[in-house]
Write a protein that binds this ligand. Sequence first.
Ligand SMILES: Nc1ncnc2c1ncn2[C@@H]1O[C@H](COP(=O)(O)OP(=O)(O)OP(=O)(O)O)[C@@H](O)[C@H]1O
Ligand SMILES: [Mg+2]
Length: 265
Amino acid sequence: MPNPVIQLNNVSFLRKDKRILHDICWRIEPGQHWALLGANSSGKTSLLRIITGYEWPSRGTVNVLGNEFGRCAISGLRKHIGYVSSALNTKLPENDSATDIVLSGIDATIGLHRHYSADEHKQAFESMQKMSVQQCKDQTYSILSQGERQRILIARAIINHPEILILDESCAGLDPAARNHFLNDLQILTSHDNAPTIIFVTHHIEEISPWITNVFILKQGVCQASGKTHDLLTSETLSDAFGCKCSVTKENRRYYLQVSEQART
Ligand SMILES: Nc1ncnc2c1ncn2[C@@H]1O[C@H](COP(=O)(O)OP(=O)(O)OP(=O)(O)O)[C@@H](O)[C@H]1O
Ligand SMILES: [Mg+2]
């Protein structure tokens, strides 16, 4: 069996006596791409912050790319993980150009703190090309549309050719056409040689494209289900996850969800 990309064993996370995650076990194999689902506050972002070493579990072990947390340098490991979250958006320097933002991914810094070579600029341009935003390269990041900004953040996240790419609600704020385009770009990205393993957080199952092989569902900090996409995206599982009557349909390899009842009390 190949070494897992990520392995969490019995991970629990408590803050101020509040149980945020409880006894999470998750093994991600090479070649898989996962969707992480769960209602608001179910613990998705907390789990990703543990995987990226920004939070430390209260119990359990975390192994990422063969490195056991507690026995490795997290800062070096982070260069192999691209992480895009909405929290990042608010921290970036307002007047930086799109190219500056992408370049800052090389050292995983907020802002640029050194001179970047012509080769590094070329790398940034290629990364923007992969996400179809090269035309924005000289524009000020803060004036870009939300869709363009999301793509620039992903270009930043993939500039070092990471082995893992984590996208926490990256489709939020995209119009239907932009979202479709963006999902197609991700599909192209996953088809490249040495494509990163993707963890894709979403509240919308129609964003779960055929390249997403597996699904992990959190409910109140506990793993409610984990397995193959086609086994888990069912009316029954999602009704349980979201606490309301959900009806799931599938058409042209895409999933659709209809909520047909108010949340259960
Ligand atoms: N450092 C912390 N201290 C205290 N509570 C925290 C901390 N981090 C997260 N929480 C709480 O843990 C719960 C889970 O938060 P988290 O952001 O992981 O949820 P989520 O599933 O990502 O939700 P959403 O879908 O709304 O993004 C929330 O109730 C949040 O307030
Ligand atoms: Mg979240």
